[in-house]
Design a protein around this ligand. Structure first.
Ligand code: URA
Length: 433
């Protein structure tokens, strides 16, 4: 099969056949096609999309492009969670240990940062020694030992998605519904869990900017999951402002730890309980309200924090960083952003805030870029907060002072003020099951 003619066909708006899609997925997995051709095809898909059949074929081909995780060695019901991506979204670091403490095995495959959004794997790698690249046997052993393991797409799991994900990150082809649905669901199908909760983010910091498109994406993914025999539900949650106050890799681990200690910000704590409860409900642990109480109790008694530390140790990381987050190295430079006017924060261009974070070194501009684990932003004021001129709005952190001028300018552009307080947006917008 000829890759160039596949690019041309999609460029001209035609649907690809199952064989062509399989050829694309397997060429990506086996690296038998150059990045420039894959990137061209991704851009053609971005403009001309994939229909329902093409999306299903791509999901299936990517799931089969490597090994399917064999989790039969794990006793009991296995759960998984996945977010479509947001800014300050460190929910996995909280939800996974909470759920594991309730007796549902969390065999979780996570991703790296994508576009303006962060990724759990990059966050966990800010803990010295932490290994996200695990062979299936090691992964299964860790889940059996502590009930929880969070790994990256290592070895041979979904290599086609791994390749496309890396290219989408740096070719502005992330925010496309069929590409997101197939990327997430291929990993969920290859990952082998029985129950899956999806967190479909919606708003200025999400790939889906409005509730209708978020719902369409949620329905698409739930349908794919159900078709594959999974117990699956999607929560559509607000991402019109960053989640929590800390954005950046080690900064987000710190905020996740605080949340597991019961000291987390209200929005983050609430979303984590909702996601954990839905996953527990899918796993048969009780009704939604009952599962919320159960999830909260695992934070209140400290067991979820201990579970995260146990997982960190088993994955080669230094668990002292979980018990004492002061150990995380601080960024060399910081820049305080001071309010130049008084008023309410009316809105935040959350994608803009995420892009500032990437520009500071917390994400990648090119595929080869390395991550600066301590780069990021601590927010002092978010949408709805009142600000006096001279108040601290946010602090930017990075290792290269020269990055601050542009970052401060972009941050200021991302925040708008008003004399009147805007209405509070609900965190949970809808549940699709
Ligand atoms: N998360 C993924 O794994 N893939 C996407 O495309 C978006 C979010």
């Amino acid at each position: 099969m000829d890759f160039k003619s596949i690019i041309r066909k999609k460029r001209d708006g035609f649907a690809l056949t199952k064989e062509e899609i399989e050829f694309v997925a397997f060429s990506a997995a086996n690296e038998t096609v150059p990045d420039y051709q894959l990137s061209a095809l991704l851009m053609a898909i971005f403009f001309n999309s994939l229909n329902e059949e093409e999306t299903l074929w791509l999901t299936d081909a990517m799931a089969r492009s490597g090994d399917m995780a064999d989790l039969t060695g794990i006793d009991g019901i296995k759960g998984d969670k996945h977010s479509t991506g947001g800014v300050g979204d460190k929910t996995t670091l909280i939800v996974a240990p909470v759920v594991a403490c309730c007796g549902v095995k969390m065999a979780k495959m996570s991703g790296r940062g994508l576009g303006h959004t962060g990724g759990t794997v990059d966050k966990l790698e800010s803990i010295p020694g932490f290994k996200t690249s695990l062979e299936t046997e090691e992964f299964v052993n860790i889940v059996n030992t502590c009930g929880l393991c969070i790994a990256g797409q290592s070895g041979r799991l979904c290599p086609a998605d791994k390749k496309l994900y890396g290219l989408r990150d740096v070719t502005a082809t992330v925010d496309n519904m069929p590409l997101i649905a197939s990327s997430i669901m291929s990993k969920k199908l290859a990952g082998g869990a029985d129950c899956i909760v999806l967190d479909v983010k919606c708003g200025s910091g999400a790939f889906m900017k409005n509730q209708e498109s978020a719902k369409e994406l949620a329905e698409k993914m739930v349908e794919i999951g159900r078709g594959a025999g999974k117990r699956i539900a999607a929560l559509i949650t607000d991402m019109d402002k960053p989640l929590g106050r800390y954005i950046g890799n080690s900064l987000e681990v710190v905020e996740a730890v605080e949340t597991l200690k019961g000291n987390g910000p209200e929005d983050l704590s609430e979303i984590c309980i909702l996601l954990a409860a839905k996953l527990l409900e899918l796993a048969g642990k009780g009704g939604f309200e009952e599962c919320k109480t159960l999830a909260k109790s695992k934070i209140a008694d400290g067991s979820a924090l201990a579970k995260l530390a146990e997982m960190v140790k088993l994955q080669g990381g230094d668990e002292n960083y979980i018990f004492d987050t002061e150990l995380f190295p601080k960024a060399e430079y910081k820049r305080e952003i001071i309010a130049e006017e008084s008023g309410y924060v009316a809105a935040m261009d959350t994608e803009g805030v995420g892009s500032v974070c990437v520009a500071l070194g917390a994400g990648r501009q090119k595929k080869e870029d390395s991550i600066d684990p301590s780069a990021g932003i601590i927010l002092e004021k978010k949408t709805g907060d009142y600000v006096e001129k001279g108040d601290l709005l946010a602090t930017l952190y990075c290792s290269d002072e020269a990055l601050f001028a542009a970052a401060e300018k972009q941050y200021r552009k991302s925040v708008t003020f008003s004399a009147v307080k805007s209405d509070r947006i609900a965190l949970l917008l809808e549940i699709v099951e």
